[in-house]
Design a protein around this ligand. Structure first.
Ligand SMILES: [Zn+2]
Ligand SMILES: [Zn+2]
Length: 323
C-alpha cells in the first residue's frame, strides 16, 4: 500500500502512512469552552445542567473529561492556572499529546434552592420548646448541619411563646434534626401533618416536628426531705441525691416534691481522695472539701451549690443525658 499523501510504501491508516496519519488525524477533541452558572445567593454552581456545591474545579474537570472525545485510550491533566487540559495516549507505539485551552463562560442566576427560599417555600416546621439559651445554640448547630447535609435551607426562624419555630425547606432535614435534638437533649417529639392544598392532583401536606425538651434537667428538688438534682430524662426522670444516691421517678411524682431554686457556680478540683474532692470555690477562691459526686472521675468538671449551709458538688455535663 502507498500513502495517498506522500506516496510512501507500507502499512497505511485510512490511506495514510503512520507519519502522515499522526499529522492529519485528530485523536482528541477537546471542548473549547464550558459554561459555569453561579448562584447569586449561595455558593452553588451549575455545570452541564447540574447544580452542585463544593469543589467547583473538580466539577469543571469532570465535565470537561466527559465531553472530550478520543479515538484512543487517554489520560488527562489539567493546569488550572493556565486553564488548559492536556490529553495523552499512544498509537502504534507513538506518543500522542494534545493541549487545549478552555474558556470558562460565567453566568449568574438563582439556584433552584435559593429561588424556593426567596419565595418563602417550606415543607416542614420544626418547633423547639423548652430549650434554655445555651441549648438553643447547640440546637441551632444541629439544624444547620442537617440542612447543609440535604443541601436545603431554613426559610424563616421565628421566636414564639415558649420556643422557636424553624421553617424548613426540606422535610427530611426537619425530621433528622428533630430526632437528633431529641436524642441529645431528651424530651418528647410529636409529629403532625396538615393538608395545605392540592398541587398537580396530589395532596400537599406540611409536617410539624415539635420537640419539647425536658424542663426539669439540671433543676433541684426537695423530695422526702432530701435534695435531688434531675440529671436525665426519658420515660422516667433520673435524680441524683446530693449524697450520691441515684433514684428514678415518674414526672408526675414531682408533684409531691418542692422545687428549690439554687444558683450553681463553678469550682475547680484541686485534688481528691476516695470520697472527697478538695475544691476551690470560684466565688471567693477559698478551698473547700465536698463529697465526691457519684461517677466523678479525674478531669471532669464540677459545679457546686449551697443548700441549708452545706456545699454540694455535682458533675457538670455539657449536654443532658437521656435514659
Ligand atoms: Zn505519508
Ligand atoms: Zn443558591
Amino acid at each position: 500500500m502507498f500513502c495517498v499523501e506522500c506516496g510512501k510504501e507500507g502499512k497505511t491508516y485510512r490511506g495514510l502512512c503512520l507519519d502522515c496519519y499522526l499529522k492529519k488525524n485528530v485523536f482528541f477533541r477537546i471542548p473549547s469552552e464550558i459554561t459555569v452558572t453561579f448562584c447569586r445567593n449561595c455558593d452553588a454552581h451549575r455545570i452541564l445542567n447540574q447544580w452542585k456545591t463544593g469543589d467547583m474545579w473538580a466539577d469543571i474537570e469532570d465535565a470537561i473529561k466527559s465531553r472530550i472525545t478520543a479515538e484512543i485510550p487517554l489520560e488527562c491533566s489539567f493546569d488550572r492556572e493556565k486553564g488548559t487540559v492536556t490529553c495523552r495516549g499512544t498509537f502504534e507505539g507513538r506518543k500522542i499529546e494534545k493541549t487545549g485551552h478552555i474558556k470558562i463562560k460565567e453566568k449568574y442566576r438563582l439556584c433552584p434552592k435559593c429561588s424556593l427560599q426567596r419565595g418563602g417555600y417550606f415543607e416542614a416546621i420544626l418547633q423547639v420548646r423548652g430549650a434554655k439559651e445555651e441549648q438553643l445554640e447547640r440546637i441551632g448547630e444541629i439544624i444547620k448541619r442537617k440542612v447543609d447535609d440535604q443541601h436545603s435551607f431554613i426559610t424563616k426562624k421565628e421566636k414564639v411563646r415558649g420556643g422557636t419555630d424553624y421553617y424548613m425547606g426540606a422535610r427530611g432535614a426537619a425530621e433528622q434534626a428533630a430526632k437528633e435534638i431529641r436524642e441529645k437533649f431528651g424530651g418528647k417529639l410529636t409529629i403532625s401533618s396538615s393538608l395545605v392544598g392540592v398541587k398537580d392532583g396530589k395532596r400537599v401536606y406540611r409536617d410539624t416536628y415539635s420537640v419539647r425538651l425536658p424542663e426539669y434537667i439540671g433543676s433541684f428538688f426537695k423530695l422526702d426531705n432530701k435534695l435531688y438534682r434531675v440529671v436525665a430524662a426519658g420515660r422516667k426522670l433520673q435524680l441524683e441525691g446530693m449524697d450520691g444516691e441515684t433514684r428514678y421517678i415518674y414526672e408526675k411524682e414531682l408533684k409531691r416534691a418542692v422545687k428549690v431554686e439554687l444558683e450553681a457556680r463553678e469550682a475547680t478540683v484541686l485534688h481528691h481522695d476516695k470520697n472527697t474532692l478538695y475544691i476551690m470555690d470560684s466565688l471567693d477562691f477559698t478551698t473547700k472539701e465536698v463529697a465526691k459526686p457519684k461517677g466523678w472521675r479525674e478531669g471532669k468538671k464540677i459545679k457546686i451549690v449551697e443548700y441549708e449551709g452545706n456545699i454540694y458538688a455535682f458533675e457538670y455535663h455539657e449536654e443532658n443525658h437521656i435514659l
